[in-house]
Design a protein around this ligand. Structure first.
Ligand code: F0G
Length: 355
């Protein structure tokens, strides 16, 4: 039976040759585009979710990691390094195992979700908690790669963008054309850059006849592009996008401006509300950062800025199991614990209010 072969094999004609000579894959990509009627009703648009939590390590990073690690392997690299808020490190660690490489990861002290930390450790990464935030980690990782025989696999590596652009290809291949709007969270700004590249390439030579508006959303406490200046001490519960000086800042602005789109901020409260709606009304469990795109379209809908009937794709970037603690609280922040019952059907039926 046919099985999805990973993005390098599936999109061989659209990827550079140097990522194809030594392919390292875990079967990434081919993720579902799920209709979200609950979000369509709330926004008056036609909303689909690109569920990137379905990738092998549970986030969209795998699309760029298969290409980055394959390219590194073709050059004979033995050691790779990344700075990460968690998902890049989980992905790099897994693909390094598949490639037989050593993976060093620099993560900000104490601000990594437990699921992501567990992944990097499980895959045997050389994990260093850096006394600093993500931006400090990225500066250090770049310097390390400049001075030592170590390949950098952050999204400043163009091979990462090449892989991640396939997310846009899949959306067009599924819908038959580009949507009116593509919404997504923005942290280091690699993904918005990659989606825009993918949509552009598919419109220039390929099945797409049009381009979407790119709508990016940053967390309000970590919104340098919205503010127009770096944020020295970024804060947000959405730790994946807790970034004060995005590496692909200029490319993100170019995607926004060329597409006639926008980059705006959503509060942690809006992010958690969207996280809840995704869980309870869409059946899609994501980590908080992944809910920022949904929070954004809900905010714009409230402001009357979502065109009626527009086809909107929102990338939900990472799986809820990465950072599950947020599910265990009510909307008011109270802790949720399971109801205890004895093992008899009468008590269980009573607890379920069945009679
Ligand atoms: N959503 C999730 C779940 C992420 O992990 C990230 C980035 C983003 C959104 C933002 O994407 O950086 O391309 O704008 N995580 C990186 C990491 C920074 O280290 O895992 P971006």
């Amino acid at each position: 039976a046919h099985q999805w072969r990973g993005i390098i094999a599936e999109y061989a004609d659209r990827l550079p040759a140097h990522v194809q000579t030594h392919v390292v894959t875990l079967g990434e990509g081919g993720t579902p585009l799920v209709p979200a009627p609950a979000l369509s009703v709330r926004t008056g648009a036609n909303v689909f979710l690109k569920v990137e939590g379905m990738n092998p390590t549970g986030s969209f990073k795998d699309r760029g990691m298969t290409t980055a690690i394959s390219a590194a392997a073709s050059r004979g690299a033995k050691v790779v390094v990344c700075a990460s808020t968690g998902n890049t490190s989980a992905s790099a660690a897994a693909y390094a195992v598949a490639a037989g490489m050593v993976c060093a990861v620099l993560v900000p002290d104490g601000k990594i979700a437990m699921g992501k930390l567990s992944q990097a450790i499980a895959h045997g990464a050389r994990l260093l908690q850096v006394d600093g935030n993500f931006d400090d980690c990225l500066i250090a990782a770049r310097k390390l790669a400049d001075a030592y025989p170590v390949e950098l696999v952050n999204s400043v590596n163009p091979d990462r963008i090449e892989g991640q652009k396939t997310g846009a290809f899949e959306v067009v291949d599924t819908l038959g054309d580009a949507p009116d709007i593509h919404a997504l969270p923005v942290g280091n700004a690699g993904n918005i850059t990659a989606y825009w590249k993918g949509y552009t390439e598919y419109a220039e030579s390929g099945p797409a006849t049009r381009l979407p508006m790119m709508w990016g959303f940053q967390a309000a406490g970590s919104a340098p592009i919205v503010l127009g200046h770096p944020v020295t001490f970024p804060e947000t519960i959405a730790t994946a996008i807790r970034i004060g000086n995005p590496a692909s800042w200029a490319q993100a602005e170019a995607a926004r401006d060329t597409s006639g789109g926008l980059i705006e901020a959503v509060t942690d409260e809006q992010i958690l509300a969207a996280h809840r709606i995704l869980s309870r009304e869409c059946g899609v469990f994501v980590e908080p950062a992944s809910a920022a795109g949904v929070a954004g379209i809900l905010m714009l809908a409230e402001q009357g800025r979502v065109p009626a009937g527009a086809r909107i794709v929102v990338t939900v970037t990472g799986h809820g199991l990465k950072d599950p603690q947020w599910a265990l609280r009510t909307a008011d922040g109270a802790e949720v614990t399971p109801v205890r019952v004895s093992a008899d059907v009468v008590s269980i039926a009573r607890a379920l209010e069945l009679d």
